[in-house]
Design a protein around this ligand. Sequence first.
Ligand code: HEC
Ligand code: HEC
Length: 196
Amino acid sequence: MTKLALLLACLAGATFTALKPAVGQNVDAQVQSCAACHGENGVPADPKITPIIWGQAEYWIQKALRSYKTGERQNPAMQAVAQSIKIEDMRPIARHFAGKMWPENSAKTASAPETSARSAPAAEPNGMAVCKVCHQQNFQGGLPAPRLAGLSYEYLIAQMRAFADDQRTDNEDMPKIMKDVSASDRDAIARYLAGL
Ligand code: HEC
Ligand code: HEC
């Protein structure tokens, strides 16, 4: 092929790609943009405010994106992100992150505040059996509810407080449940879960 022909072929290719993005290209670009906050390797840049999404249950990633987009769940950073995502891209994006490995150790040490939260306390705080009905054994998450094990103490505390104070209302059960849990019990629960 002459240089000119090669150049023309490249230009034609470039135009074609620009006009007709391959299926999934959008999704690829979008999942890369998440790394700025949620981390290149699944450990968020600031786990105190940003949850781990690698290995989170697929349905709950998708649901969260939808709730941020509609404004049912409020957070300036994520609402801005979700605004730019098309509804039909949310499922493939969720599947992408759900298929990754939850970054166990690094997230724990990076996010746990004091030594007590770094190693899981031997005993589960009282009253947590009911949580597992939805959040599943070992708080690994699944269809009924998202994974909690290994999220940071600060993030867990903030979300539980938001449910209790009716700041986070994209779910009907959690606000009711959290109103019945005292602040000191929430603290014990968050420490326990962050250590798992
Ligand atoms: C500018 C930083 C930033 C970017 C970029 C970002 N996020 Fe987030 N994300 C956050 C923060 C902060 C939260 C916690 C918000 C809250 O408290 O509700 C969050 C929460 C989430 C949640 C809720 C998780 C849970 O456990 O409830 C999901 C799902 C999520 N982000 C997915 C994504 C995806 C997918 C992308 C890329 C398309 C992305 N985020 C890009 C900062 C970001
Ligand atoms: C009836 C089922 C159910 C029970 C019981 C339940 N949860 Fe949940 N929980 C959910 C669902 C569903 C969500 C996701 C809510 C949403 O879509 O925003 C959730 C979300 C959460 C979140 C936020 C997770 C995140 O990634 O942002 C925390 C923290 C939490 N629950 C803690 C608890 C604790 C602690 C208990 C026990 C005291 C408990 N839950 C009991 C269903 C339940």
